[in-house]
Design a protein around this ligand. Structure first.
Ligand SMILES: NC(=O)c1ccc[n+]([C@@H]2O[C@H](COP(=O)([O-])OP(=O)(O)OC[C@H]3O[C@@H](n4cnc5c(N)ncnc54)[C@H](OP(=O)(O)O)[C@@H]3O)[C@@H](O)[C@H]2O)c1
Length: 258
């Protein structure tokens, strides 16, 4: 599965052109969710991108998520099929449990996801917003390897222990809201590093996150300028002391609590 350092977060994107533009610029990981109500938009953008003929369907990781009311054993398959239909794909490359809440029951939900992998509708199973005990349970119960954990990670909020767990078990962490929803330019330590490199706080936030093993990011952007800048940010190299200065920023409450 292709999870480059910068993918596209699509929450709030309601125009397929933004997705098609991202793909034409080189984005190869699209992140959506049923609850964002834009799987059709993402699918239309993907179809438009594929029509351009510059890349193949298998080059792109299409990720979506089952909401907490789609997690009962008999709800998982129909919900996944509906998501695949809206996305216009034969198979979902990465299907996450959006949150381990609501109808989530690891012993029922995860075997239902394993069955979808066996059937070929889903290629990889991911977790999102899990804590350490939820992750341990998922690793134990799933037949398929846990393929990714998507969690909030930006200069104002992250949990280092979740990265330790990912390293230990060999799956990537997909950092969501890597720009703190657009707030990274309010963080002095980030602004200082950006000034030193003659770049933006957003680029520094992405470079800081991707400097951490095993982290990839999914900033959301809608304009071509932001899409380009965020992709290029993966090439920005921070020094160890710059990374440490941002690590030392006082953590705030997460943007997306329960
Ligand atoms: N699993 C979960 O529970 C969960 C929760 C939240 C988010 N997510 C995922 O993570 C993705 C990203 O998170 P997010 O949407 O909360 O926020 P984000 O990526 O941290 O920030 C997005 C904001 O930053 C702006 N922006 C983007 N690039 C910029 C740049 N280069 N310079 C200045 N501003 C820039 C965007 O504006 P423009 O749109 O105008 O470019 C938008 O307002 C979501 O789209 C979603 O896919 C997952």
């Amino acid at each position: 599965m292709n999870l480059p350092p910068v993918g596209l977060g699509t929450m709030g994107i309601d125009d397929p052109d933004a997705v098609a533009t991202a793909l034409s610029l080189g984005y190869r990981h699209l992140d959506t969710a049923r609850i964002y109500e834009n799987e059709t938009v993402v699918g239309e953008g993907l179809a438009a991108g594929l029509a351009g003929g510059e890349f193949d369907r298998e080059d792109v990781t299409v990720a979506t998520k089952l909401w907490i009311d789609d997690l009962a054993a008999d709800a998982v398959a129909p919900a996944a099929r509906e998501s695949a239909d809206r996305l216009g794909v034969d198979a979902i490359d990465l299907l996450y449990v959006h949150r381990p809440r609501g109808d989530y029951d690891p012993e029922a939900t995860l075997p239902a996801l394993d069955r979808l992998v066996d059937e070929g509708l889903v290629r990889n199973v991911g977790a999102s917003n899990f804590e350490l005990p939820d992750l341990d349970r998922a690793v134990d119960v799933l037949d398929a390897p846990l393929a990714a954990h998507q969690t909030e990670l930006h200069p104002l909020f992250y949990k280092p222990k979740l990265l330790d767990h990912a390293r230990e078990h060999g799956y990537p962490v997909v950092a969501y809201s890597p720009l703190a929803g657009g707030r990274v330019r309010e963080v002095d330590a980030v602004v200082e590093v950006a000034d030193a490199h003659g770049t933006t706080p957003e680029a520094v936030a992405i470079a800081w996150a991707t400097a951490k093993d095993p982290v990839v990011t999914i900033p959301k952007a809608s304009s071509e300028a932001h899409l380009r800048a965020n992709l290029a940010a993966a090439n920005l190299e921070l020094t160890e002391s710059e990374v440490a200065a941002i690590d030392a920023v006082e953590r705030e409450a997460e943007l997306f609590p329960e």
